[in-house]
Design a protein around this ligand. Structure first.
Ligand code: ADP
Ligand code: MG
Length: 478
């Protein structure tokens, strides 16, 4: 039996407002427990929620970015459940009428693009946090997180592999940072995914029973958790057991998923409209103002890069991993022809990204500026330096050695591109390597590389490799 994997993701993106969604308490990360929770957050009797318009604006911005419908009104609802970190006894969320409905996200899986449909995105508040360490068998409660604004983004069950789910999560992560609604910090919990996973026989039209893996806060865990879960479900079914709908946790240490509770249904939460909050209206003026302030989106930037410089979907995707990176590429490639643009793209995705990764910094802190990079690329394009020499130039620029032209002059890195001079050197090498010349003519292609190597050795790596190739081929053929 062949199995098809079906995945839908629910993602909680913490909205980057300074204060909470229904109170004025700060949202800053890392404060001492319970120092950032006010009367509203700890649910003192008689307090009332006041909606933060910054959170609403961010939700609208997200909705516009994915081409969704912005509902007006949308309705806040109480989701009732008991947990020690939820002193109100309910979470304020949106249920029947979310602010954002529908929309799509284009994601890249390798060199292909896929469209994932979104169901909805709704505003809600986060709960507090239970602390189990340091309390000797007891549990501490930190309510700093209570009331933190979240946008829960729900996808349709459109993904068919762990790889696709990760591609979707990455595209979403890029988008929310791109449009400045979420800082995307996964370690701090600003962006976390629940993965709903089921399997069904290939060709089946009905969905299998799903299990929901909670709170995955890294792309690697997302991938591992889904892969494990899929194998587990297939094993269960093939052994004749039925999958029971459940909520499970992923344990990164064992790499396994473990049942937390059987899944509650929506009716268990007794959702009802929150009488403390008015229906949320979004006027046409407000919508127009948010729309006018939208940046050009990753997809449009990708298409422009691909069309202008002939980049592949994959390469263009690398350059639009963040808005800062796309801006850097634009600045480096300004006015460039396709060849130079492609070279800029390669250097940014290659050596530059490697350096940034190594040092754990992002593009804004790059020690090589966009125009500096372009200065080097121009010298590659006009044949002054080879790609190999450029590596040294790049390293020197990174180390603070100045611009490419200064470094090329100071290190005497100029490539020998004078064909008269190269001809002489090639003649000399051929005269000294009669055996290899004979080998090549006898059909040993390897001898050719060895001759090229000789020329490079004589010129201490400065000969233009393409020209050396051409001249050698011509002379050996003659
Ligand atoms: P909740 O988990 O809150 O009950 P939903 O029923 O709306 O909410 O489903 C949440 C997520 O589960 C969505 O992303 C949806 O695409 C996904 N999903 C629903 N059914 C399945 C299924 N059979 N297999 C995989 N994912 C599913
Ligand atoms: Mg769910």
């Amino acid at each position: 039996m062949k199995w098809e994997v079906v995945i839908g993701l629910e993602t909680h993106a913490q909205l980057s407002t300074v204060s909470k969604i229904f109170s004025g308490a700060p949202t800053a990360f890392g404060a001492a427990p319970n120092t950032q929770a006010c009367g509203v957050d700890i649910a003192l009797p008689g307090v009332l929620p006041v909606l933060n318009t910054g959170a609403v604006e961010r939700a609208i911005r997200f909705g516009l970015a994915v081409g969704a419908k912005i509902n007006s009104p949308s309705i806040f609802a109480r989701k009732n459940y008991f947990y020690p970190d939820l002193p109100k006894g309910y979470q304020i969320s949106q249920y029947e009428l979310p602010i954002v409905e529908g929309g799509t996200l284009t994601v890249q899986v390798g060199d292909a693009e896929r469209t994932v449909r979104l169901t909805r995105a709704h505003l809600e508040e986060d709960a507090g946090k239970s602390l189990h360490e340091d309390f000797h068998g007891q549990t501490g409660i930190d309510l700093n997180r209570a009331g933190t604004p979240l946008l829960e983004i729900v996808s349709e069950p459109d993904m068919r592999s762990a790889e696709e789910a990760v591609a979707y999560a990455k595209a979403l992560h890029t988008l929310v940072r791109w449009i400045d609604v979420c800082d995307g910090n996964m370690q701090e919990g600003s962006f976390r995914c629940d993965a709903n996973v089921s399997v069904r026989p290939q060709g089946s039209a009905t969905l299998g029973t799903r299990r929901e893996i909670k709170n995955l806060n890294s792309f690697r865990f997302l991938q591992q958790a889904i892969e494990y879960e899929v194998q587990w479900q297939i094993g269960e079914i093939e052994d004749g057991r039925a999958i029971q709908q459940a909520t499970v946790l992923f344990d990164p240490d064992s790499g396994e998923t473990r049942m937390m509770r059987t899944k509650e249904d929506a009716h268990d939460y007794r959702y009802f409209p929150d009488p403390d909050l008015l229906p949320l209206e979004v006027t046409a003026e407000r919508l127009a103002a948010v729309r006018a302030a939208m940046p050009v989106l990753p997809q449009a930037r990708r298409e422009k890069f691909a069309a202008q410089y002939g980049l592949t979907v994959y390469d263009a995707g690398l350059l639009t991993a963040s808005r800062e990176l796309a801006d850097y590429f634009d600045a480096a490639a300004v006015g460039a022809d396709a060849r130079t643009g492609k070279l800029c793209a390669n250097w940014i995705s290659g050596a530059l990204s490697a350096r940034l990764n190594e040092e754990g910094i992002d593009i804004a802190q790059s020690r090589v500026g966009a125009s500096q990079l372009r200065g080097m690329v121009d010298r590659i394009a006009d044949g002054t330096i080879s790609g190999k020499m450029a590596k040294d130039v790049f390293d020197a620029m990174w180390a603070g050695g100045g611009d490419a032209d200064q470094i090329i002059a100071a290190k005497g890195l100029k490539q020998i591109s004078d064909s008269g001079e190269l001809e002489k050197i090639v003649d000399q090498v051929l005269a000294e390597n009669a055996q290899q010349m004979a080998d090549f003519r006898a059909g040993k292609e390897k001898a050719f590389n060895s001759l090229v190597g000789q020329v490079m050795k004589v010129t201490r790596g400065k000969a233009n490799p393409q020209q050396v190739n051409d001249i050698l081929r011509r002379k050996l053929a003659g």
